[in-house]
Design a protein around this ligand. Structure first.
Ligand SMILES: [Zn+2]
Length: 176
């Protein structure tokens, strides 16, 4: 089933929405690759300098989240692990691993789209950002284009349920 998750540009009203649209393009790449569809971009000085989409299955690596891959790409772009002055846009609320990497890389700002009830580390499951960090302040904006960001996840898990159901039916036929 086709995925409609890229909002028309002329409906967007802020830079945050325009950059989240770029993260949604990454989520769509994950969707097409049959990965849990999460995308991220990192912006510096008004430009996208790094991109990433979830590749846990293709890389067989539980750490290959969109945000981790985008952070690694941004570090390569600067030749430096410090991402001061950067904003990370992610279609999904980050998990604890990615939230930790955002603090360690000294990112300035995080903007996320849809909440993640299972792994969200900004309040949906736990809140790693609840207490101010002793040395580093990360500004957070949530729920940017949230209904658009929910679409790839909803569609992905709906398709999985349908194919699982279909497989069960096939298995039943084979047994008969
Ligand atoms: Zn993560």
């Amino acid at each position: 089933m086709d995925l409609e998750c890229i909002p028309p540009l002329d409906t967007l009203t802020s830079d945050d929405e325009r950059f989240m649209r770029e993260a949604l393009k990454e989520a769509k790449k994950a969707f097409i690759a049959d990965e849990v569809p999460v995308g991220a971009v990192i912006v510096f000085d008004g430009k996208v300098i790094a991109r990433g989409y979830n590749q846990v299955e293709s890389l067989r690596d539980a750490t290959a989240h969109a945000e981790m891959l985008a952070i690694t790409a941004a570090e390569a772009f600067f030749g430096n692990w410090r991402l001061e002055g950067c904003t990370l846009y992610c279609t999904l609320e980050p998990c604890p691993m990615c939230a930790g990497a955002m603090l360690l890389s000294r990112l300035d700002r995080l903007v996320w789209g849809a909440p993640d009830k299972r792994h969200g580390a900004n309040g949906s499951w736990i809140n790693l950002f609840e207490k101010p960090h002793p040395t580093h302040a990360l500004t957070i904006t949530n729920s940017v284009l949230s209904s658009w960001c929910e679409q790839p996840m909803k569609q992905f898990f709906r398709n999985k349920r349908i194919s699982h159901h279909h497989r069960l039916e096939v298995d039943d036929d084979e047994i008969e």
